[in-house]
Design a protein around this ligand. Structure first.
Ligand code: AMP
Ligand code: GLY
Length: 428
């Protein structure tokens, strides 16, 4: 089979690495890809939301399946675009249609979905510009901190958690009254703050049956000790030590089954990944958010722990016979440490030469913000540059390898968090 992966991050490099191991793979294309994906297939420099360009690429290269990495093309309806086109309609897309993608594309939709299907989540209300006054009053009924979420996609920046009522009111006024996040904040969800420790659970579904993939925990803040600005993710660990069988069973019964059944009941034919962001509150799972794709950097620890042929599982998704497939997992830990550009997540430079990739030993360097320059050298091309994934019989052993290799790779102003996994050490 010829496969096209859409996206350009560490997630897509990890997918390319895994799909390249499949006997069923003939040719791999990645659009736009990065310097890392180039070693597994052909990078094609088009935008993931330029559907006409994607169509041309698919037809010219006899592509048999498209795996969508990021949420943007899904929310914009790439799967619907394929189904509506006579030449593309029989080419499976791994990722939901527009209706299913709303689980990520609209916080208000996803909260209403959870309430309709009795899926545990924080108490909330949604407000618009017209109901700003009611929103300000609602804030007064809550205890700090306050959780305000722009309804639409805001590049991972749409959630703010002010600690005082005064700041919460200012923030709500900015979001609704002054369109702080553009149209994404035309509606704002205000919800109760959930206490506990976060983790993510991933599901692959053909719309009827599902496979639960390994759990993972990511590290979102730029600074050690979970301080400073939010990022796309600075590292990840899988499995999550506190997500034992009892906890995962609760997640399956209270969240996964009602989600799959809820989608079916509502006539949403969902084929793809569901990323469930959870809060573990004293052993009880609450849903913080859904994403309609895999996480980044979570993919860089989840996918390496799947032993089965991923392409075979994707065929199960496409053909609706995922229930006939087995998924075999690697029992080892996987950890990833993200090397980022100095200044990220604020201003940072691109184009700096990366050295030492050939010195990496005992880890996999999944590339994210990298590109080959005109002299075919690998240079930085984004905020998050390289995710260094390692296996270990213990989390510590895996982390030790990731950190050792983090030192071997060099570029100007390299930064990474040295405390990935520290918060989990008490859970053994
Ligand atoms: P989201 O984009 O919905 O995942 O929110 C971003 C981050 O905000 C989450 O990863 C949590 O750390 C935090 N967060 C969101 N909702 C809540 C909540 N209800 N209680 C506590 N923290 C939250
Ligand atoms: N690492 C979080 C995300 O992919 O949304």
């Amino acid at each position: 089979m010829n496969i096209l992966i859409l996206g350009s991050g560490g997630r897509e490099h990890a997918f390319a690495w895994k799909l390249a191991q499949s006997k069923k793979l003939s040719k791999l294309f990645i659009a736009p890809g990065n310097a890392g994906t180039a070693s597994f297939g052909t990078n094609v420099n088009i935008s993931t939301t330029d559907f006409e360009a994607v169509k041309k690429l698919v037809l010219e290269n006899n592509i048999n399946m498209v795996l969508v990495g990021p949420e943007d093309p899904l929310v914009k309806g790439i799967h619907d675009f394929f189904l509506a086109d006579v030449q593309l309609k029989n080419i499976p897309v791994i990722g939901p249609k527009k209706d299913g993608a709303q689980l990520e594309g609209s916080k208000d939709f996803s909260k209403r979905f959870m309430i309709r299907h009795q899926i545990p989540t924080a108490r909330y209300e949604t407000f618009t510009k017209d109901t700003l006054v009611e929103g300000l009053k609602f804030l007064e009924t809550l205890q700090p901190p306050y959780v305000l979420k722009a309804d639409g996609l805001a590049g991972g920046k749409g959630v703010v958690i002010p600690t005082t009522l005064e700041n919460a009111k200012l923030e709500l006024t900015e979001m609704l009254g002054n369109s702080k996040f553009g149209v994404a904040s035309n509606k704002v969800v205000i919800e109760e703050f959930l206490k506990g420790i976060e983790l993510s659970v991933f599901v692959l579904t053909d719309g009827n049956s599902y496979k639960i993939l390994p759990s993972a925990k990511d590290y979102k803040r730029i600074g050690e000790g979970d301080t400073g600005l939010n990022t796309g993710g600075m590292g990840a660990i899988s499995p999550v030590p506190f997500a034992d069988d009892v906890f995962i069973k609760k997640v399956e019964e209270r969240v996964i089954i009602p989600t799959i059944n809820g989608l079916k009941q509502e006539g949403i034919d969902y084929k793809g990944f569901i990323f469930i962001g959870l809060m573990n509150n004293n052993g009880e799972p609450f849903v913080i958010e859904y994403n309609v794709r895999m996480g980044d950097p979570e993919t860089e620890v989840v996918i390496p722990r799947i032993k089965s042929d991923l392409l075979d599982l994707f065929e199960g998704v496409a053909n609706g016979n995922l229930n006939e497939k087995n998924i075999e997992l690697d029992s080892r830990f996987a950890t990833t440490v993200m090397l980022v550009a100095g200044g990220y997540p604020e201003e940072y430079k691109k184009g700096d030469l990366i050295t030492g990739l050939d010195l990496v030993e005992g880890s996999i360097a999944f590339q994210a913000g990298t590109i080959l320059n005109s002299e075919l050298q690998t240079v930085t091309n984004g905020g998050r540059v390289i995710a260094i994934t390692s296996y270990g019989d213990t989390m510590e052993e895996a982390l030790k390898k990731s950190f050792a290799n983090a030192q071997r790779i060099e570029y100007k102003d390299k930064y990474y968090r040295r405390d990935i996994g520290n918060d989990l050490k008490g859970y053994y």
